[in-house]
Write a protein that binds this ligand. Sequence first.
Ligand SMILES: NC(=O)c1ccc[n+]([C@@H]2O[C@H](COP(=O)([O-])OP(=O)(O)OC[C@H]3O[C@@H](n4cnc5c(N)ncnc54)[C@H](OP(=O)(O)O)[C@@H]3O)[C@@H](O)[C@H]2O)c1
Length: 267
Amino acid sequence: MVLIAVAGGTGHAGRAVAADAAGRGLKVRSVSRHVPETAGPGRVAGVEHVAADFRTGDGVAEALAGVDLLVETLDARTGPSLKALPATTVAVLAAAQRAQVSRCVLLTIVNAAQSSMGYYQVQAARARSYEASGMPTTVVYATQFHDLVAGIFSAGSRVGIIPTFSGVSFQSIATADVARVLVDEAVAGLGTGAEVHRSIKAGGPSVWPMKSMGEQWKSATGRRGVVASMPLPGSFGTFLRAGKNLVPDAAVGRLEFNDWLAAGPRG
Ligand SMILES: NC(=O)c1ccc[n+]([C@@H]2O[C@H](COP(=O)([O-])OP(=O)(O)OC[C@H]3O[C@@H](n4cnc5c(N)ncnc54)[C@H](OP(=O)(O)O)[C@@H]3O)[C@@H](O)[C@H]2O)c1
């Protein structure tokens, strides 16, 4: 049976990847530094959870033993872990090569290379490592997750404001839709004739003005707060207003933001 490893399988996207792969009848191994408790959040039914640290190498050889396919959904937000993330991704690829993994698939963010924000630059560097590795790889460039946009509204509503950035739209996508694309790409790598390197874009089903999404979120969650338009300063604001977070030609997601909200709770 095909064994797929999800590097970061306890994370937000990683859990969806593990669930998707398990649902297809693949053998799935989630690899992360912390292994969730038997019934705890982060544990996906039917998935083997093992502990390893791709940054230090602890436990990695054992974690990748017998693995056929690997999907990388690692992330770090701040500090030394974020700084080290490009090197951690290089380490993932090196370990996968040693383990003779047939294809590695990376999840990253659309047009990250076009933003000067440190976090996006890190994501772009990781994608370049996959492209340059010479190994069979795919990079999936996804738009923002529904949860990320909802998280902005949720955080603001705690102080009575549902913030929406003027001139900004999102084409947000459900993690289940991203997961489907990632696992499709991994599985395609088992066949003969797959290109050595592939780049795929994955966007949500529709582009929505952020203001409209804020109103949808308020109505679905019943949370209090004024839906307020405000400018987002800085280079990230410029990036978003230029629509660089959008890929209307790659609207592969199926679950709309409002349907995702309806499947809640999303407060
Ligand atoms: N959020 C969005 O809207 C969005 C949109 C498009 C693309 N993406 C991309 O999606 C990717 C995944 O994001 P996410 O939000 O799912 O991340 P996340 O929830 O923070 O999950 C990160 C995962 O990586 C594991 N991890 C981190 N460092 C590790 C290490 N050294 N060794 C082993 N495991 C490690 C974490 O578990 P432990 O901490 O237990 O190790 C966790 O399982 C990122 O590259 C992000 O840029 C995000």
